[in-house]
Design a protein around this ligand. Structure first.
Ligand code: ZN
Length: 249
Protein backbone atom coordinates (compact mmCIF):
# COMPACT_ATOMS: atom_id res chain seq x y z
CA UNK A 1 0.00 0.00 0.00
CA UNK A 2 2.75 2.40 0.97
CA UNK A 3 4.72 1.54 -2.13
CA UNK A 4 1.77 2.30 -4.37
CA UNK A 5 1.12 5.57 -2.64
CA UNK A 6 4.76 6.51 -2.95
CA UNK A 7 4.55 6.02 -6.70
CA UNK A 8 1.45 8.16 -6.86
CA UNK A 9 2.71 10.98 -4.71
CA UNK A 10 6.37 10.72 -5.64
CA UNK A 11 6.16 13.68 -7.96
CA UNK A 12 4.43 15.75 -5.37
CA UNK A 13 7.11 14.98 -2.79
CA UNK A 14 9.81 17.14 -4.32
CA UNK A 15 7.41 19.97 -4.96
CA UNK A 16 6.01 19.87 -1.45
CA UNK A 17 9.39 19.68 0.20
CA UNK A 18 10.75 22.44 -1.98
CA UNK A 19 7.77 24.54 -1.04
CA UNK A 20 8.34 23.78 2.62
CA UNK A 21 11.95 24.79 2.24
CA UNK A 22 11.10 28.00 0.46
CA UNK A 23 8.49 28.74 3.04
CA UNK A 24 10.99 28.22 5.80
CA UNK A 25 13.51 30.57 4.22
CA UNK A 26 13.57 33.95 5.89
CA UNK A 27 11.20 32.76 8.59
CA UNK A 28 14.01 33.18 11.05
CA UNK A 29 14.75 36.78 10.19
CA UNK A 30 11.28 38.02 10.99
CA UNK A 31 11.08 35.85 14.07
CA UNK A 32 14.44 37.02 15.36
CA UNK A 33 13.27 40.60 15.15
CA UNK A 34 10.06 39.95 17.02
CA UNK A 35 11.21 37.41 19.58
CA UNK A 36 12.58 38.55 22.88
CA UNK A 37 13.37 34.98 23.91
CA UNK A 38 17.00 34.18 24.49
CA UNK A 39 18.56 33.02 21.26
CA UNK A 40 19.92 29.54 21.99
CA UNK A 41 23.18 29.83 20.14
CA UNK A 42 24.62 26.36 20.35
CA UNK A 43 27.93 25.41 21.84
CA UNK A 44 28.77 23.80 18.53
CA UNK A 45 27.80 26.90 16.62
CA UNK A 46 29.83 29.04 18.97
CA UNK A 47 32.88 26.84 18.62
CA UNK A 48 32.55 26.62 14.88
CA UNK A 49 32.02 30.34 14.65
CA UNK A 50 35.10 30.98 16.74
CA UNK A 51 37.12 28.91 14.31
CA UNK A 52 35.70 30.79 11.35
CA UNK A 53 35.91 34.43 10.50
CA UNK A 54 33.89 36.56 12.86
CA UNK A 55 31.73 37.83 10.00
CA UNK A 56 30.22 34.35 9.70
CA UNK A 57 29.08 34.21 13.31
CA UNK A 58 25.60 35.48 12.59
CA UNK A 59 25.15 32.91 9.83
CA UNK A 60 25.90 30.08 12.23
CA UNK A 61 23.25 31.03 14.75
CA UNK A 62 20.65 28.25 14.34
CA UNK A 63 17.90 30.84 14.47
CA UNK A 64 19.21 32.74 11.49
CA UNK A 65 21.55 30.38 9.64
CA UNK A 66 20.85 30.00 5.91
CA UNK A 67 18.58 27.21 4.76
CA UNK A 68 20.32 24.03 3.59
CA UNK A 69 20.32 23.13 -0.08
CA UNK A 70 18.73 19.81 0.90
CA UNK A 71 15.08 20.34 1.85
CA UNK A 72 15.15 17.21 4.03
CA UNK A 73 17.62 19.07 6.24
CA UNK A 74 15.05 21.80 6.91
CA UNK A 75 15.69 23.31 10.34
CA UNK A 76 12.53 24.01 12.33
CA UNK A 77 12.96 25.31 15.87
CA UNK A 78 11.14 27.32 18.48
CA UNK A 79 13.04 30.35 17.16
CA UNK A 80 12.75 29.30 13.52
CA UNK A 81 9.09 28.78 12.64
CA UNK A 82 7.60 27.47 9.45
CA UNK A 83 6.41 30.04 6.95
CA UNK A 84 3.55 30.27 6.49
CA UNK A 85 2.94 29.33 10.11
CA UNK A 86 0.08 27.06 9.07
CA UNK A 87 2.18 25.24 6.45
CA UNK A 88 0.72 21.86 5.45
CA UNK A 89 2.67 19.15 3.62
CA UNK A 90 0.90 17.90 0.53
CA UNK A 91 1.93 14.26 0.38
CA UNK A 92 1.08 12.66 3.69
CA UNK A 93 0.84 8.88 3.87
CA UNK A 94 -0.92 7.01 6.66
CA UNK A 95 1.06 4.62 8.86
CA UNK A 96 -1.73 4.04 11.39
CA UNK A 97 -5.12 5.67 12.03
CA UNK A 98 -4.49 9.39 12.43
CA UNK A 99 -0.73 8.98 12.08
CA UNK A 100 0.87 10.23 8.88
CA UNK A 101 4.27 11.24 7.52
CA UNK A 102 5.37 12.49 4.12
CA UNK A 103 5.72 9.55 1.72
CA UNK A 104 9.49 9.04 1.78
CA UNK A 105 9.64 9.28 5.58
CA UNK A 106 6.66 6.94 5.91
CA UNK A 107 8.31 4.29 3.73
CA UNK A 108 11.53 4.50 5.72
CA UNK A 109 9.68 4.44 9.04
CA UNK A 110 7.98 1.20 8.01
CA UNK A 111 11.40 -0.24 7.18
CA UNK A 112 12.64 0.90 10.60
CA UNK A 113 9.73 -0.88 12.30
CA UNK A 114 10.47 -4.02 10.26
CA UNK A 115 14.15 -3.84 11.18
CA UNK A 116 13.22 -3.50 14.83
CA UNK A 117 10.83 -6.44 14.57
CA UNK A 118 13.56 -8.57 13.00
CA UNK A 119 15.74 -7.72 16.02
CA UNK A 120 12.94 -8.75 18.38
CA UNK A 121 11.47 -5.33 19.21
CA UNK A 122 7.79 -4.54 18.81
CA UNK A 123 7.64 -0.84 17.98
CA UNK A 124 4.93 1.50 16.70
CA UNK A 125 4.41 5.10 15.70
CA UNK A 126 3.01 7.19 18.54
CA UNK A 127 2.66 10.46 16.68
CA UNK A 128 3.48 11.73 13.21
CA UNK A 129 2.35 14.80 11.32
CA UNK A 130 0.52 17.33 13.48
CA UNK A 131 -1.34 20.20 11.84
CA UNK A 132 -1.04 23.82 12.88
CA UNK A 133 -4.51 23.62 14.42
CA UNK A 134 -3.77 20.42 16.32
CA UNK A 135 -0.56 21.95 17.68
CA UNK A 136 -2.44 25.11 18.59
CA UNK A 137 -5.00 23.10 20.54
CA UNK A 138 -2.29 21.08 22.26
CA UNK A 139 -0.27 24.16 23.20
CA UNK A 140 -3.36 25.98 24.48
CA UNK A 141 -4.32 22.99 26.62
CA UNK A 142 -0.87 23.06 28.23
CA UNK A 143 -1.11 26.83 28.77
CA UNK A 144 -4.45 26.45 30.56
CA UNK A 145 -3.13 23.61 32.64
CA UNK A 146 0.38 24.82 33.52
CA UNK A 147 0.70 28.45 32.39
CA UNK A 148 2.58 29.82 29.41
CA UNK A 149 6.12 29.51 30.75
CA UNK A 150 5.88 25.81 31.48
CA UNK A 151 3.83 25.11 28.36
CA UNK A 152 6.68 26.52 26.28
CA UNK A 153 9.12 24.17 28.01
CA UNK A 154 7.21 21.00 27.24
CA UNK A 155 5.55 21.93 23.98
CA UNK A 156 5.97 24.05 20.88
CA UNK A 157 3.93 27.00 19.73
CA UNK A 158 1.94 26.24 16.58
CA UNK A 159 4.13 26.76 13.51
CA UNK A 160 7.33 25.79 15.33
CA UNK A 161 6.90 22.04 15.84
CA UNK A 162 8.87 19.60 13.70
CA UNK A 163 5.75 17.45 13.65
CA UNK A 164 4.12 20.04 11.39
CA UNK A 165 6.69 19.28 8.65
CA UNK A 166 5.61 15.64 8.28
CA UNK A 167 9.26 14.65 8.78
CA UNK A 168 9.09 13.90 12.53
CA UNK A 169 7.79 10.74 14.15
CA UNK A 170 7.49 9.74 17.78
CA UNK A 171 8.28 6.04 18.16
CA UNK A 172 7.34 3.80 21.07
CA UNK A 173 6.95 0.26 22.28
CA UNK A 174 3.80 -1.46 21.05
CA UNK A 175 2.85 -2.25 24.66
CA UNK A 176 2.93 1.45 25.57
CA UNK A 177 5.73 1.05 28.13
CA UNK A 178 7.59 4.35 28.69
CA UNK A 179 5.54 5.98 25.94
CA UNK A 180 6.84 9.50 25.26
CA UNK A 181 8.95 9.23 28.40
CA UNK A 182 12.71 9.40 28.76
CA UNK A 183 12.81 5.84 30.12
CA UNK A 184 12.07 4.70 26.55
CA UNK A 185 15.76 5.38 25.91
CA UNK A 186 16.69 2.81 28.57
CA UNK A 187 14.66 -0.02 27.07
CA UNK A 188 16.40 -2.50 24.79
CA UNK A 189 14.08 -1.39 21.98
CA UNK A 190 14.93 2.27 22.63
CA UNK A 191 18.61 1.43 22.55
CA UNK A 192 18.14 -0.45 19.28
CA UNK A 193 16.43 2.63 17.83
CA UNK A 194 19.26 4.89 18.99
CA UNK A 195 21.84 2.61 17.39
CA UNK A 196 20.05 1.87 14.13
CA UNK A 197 17.77 4.80 13.25
CA UNK A 198 20.34 6.50 11.04
CA UNK A 199 20.47 3.40 8.78
CA UNK A 200 16.88 4.23 7.87
CA UNK A 201 17.38 7.98 7.52
CA UNK A 202 16.28 9.08 11.01
CA UNK A 203 18.14 10.83 13.81
CA UNK A 204 17.23 11.29 17.46
CA UNK A 205 16.54 14.97 17.18
CA UNK A 206 16.68 15.84 20.89
CA UNK A 207 19.51 13.84 22.50
CA UNK A 208 20.26 13.85 26.21
CA UNK A 209 22.22 16.85 27.53
CA UNK A 210 21.75 18.86 24.32
CA UNK A 211 18.97 21.21 25.37
CA UNK A 212 21.25 24.22 24.96
CA UNK A 213 21.66 23.33 21.29
CA UNK A 214 18.19 22.08 20.42
CA UNK A 215 15.93 23.92 22.85
CA UNK A 216 14.45 20.62 24.05
CA UNK A 217 15.16 18.20 26.86
CA UNK A 218 15.97 14.56 26.04
CA UNK A 219 13.33 12.93 23.84
CA UNK A 220 14.62 9.47 22.88
CA UNK A 221 11.33 8.81 21.08
CA UNK A 222 11.33 11.83 18.75
CA UNK A 223 12.83 10.85 15.39
CA UNK A 224 13.46 13.25 12.54
CA UNK A 225 13.81 12.07 8.95
CA UNK A 226 16.72 13.69 7.10
CA UNK A 227 17.23 11.08 4.34
CA UNK A 228 19.31 7.91 4.40
CA UNK A 229 22.50 9.39 2.94
CA UNK A 230 22.42 12.42 5.22
CA UNK A 231 21.62 10.32 8.30
CA UNK A 232 24.58 8.06 7.58
CA UNK A 233 26.76 11.15 7.12
CA UNK A 234 25.35 12.46 10.40
CA UNK A 235 26.36 9.25 12.20
CA UNK A 236 29.82 9.36 10.65
CA UNK A 237 30.33 13.04 11.48
CA UNK A 238 30.04 12.56 15.22
CA UNK A 239 27.64 15.49 15.44
CA UNK A 240 25.24 15.20 18.37
CA UNK A 241 22.52 17.47 17.01
CA UNK A 242 21.12 18.58 13.67
CA UNK A 243 22.27 22.10 14.56
CA UNK A 244 25.84 20.86 15.03
CA UNK A 245 25.68 18.78 11.83
CA UNK A 246 24.46 21.77 9.80
CA UNK A 247 27.15 24.09 11.15
CA UNK A 248 30.03 21.73 10.49
CA UNK A 249 32.22 23.13 7.72
ZN1 ZN B 1 7.84 14.37 18.84
Amino acid sequence: MIAVLVLVVGGALTAAITMARNNAVNAAASQAASSSAASPTTKAATETAAASSSSQKADLDPATMPESEDPLLMLVRKDRPLKPLDFTPKNLVSLAPGKTLIAEAATQFEKLLAGGAAAGHSLRIESGYRSYTAQENLFNRYVQKYGTAYAEKISARPGTSEHQTGLAADIGLSNGECSLHRCFGDTTAGQWVAQNATDYGFIIRYPDNQAAATGYNYEPWHLRYIGVDQAKAFAKSGAKTLEEFLTKP
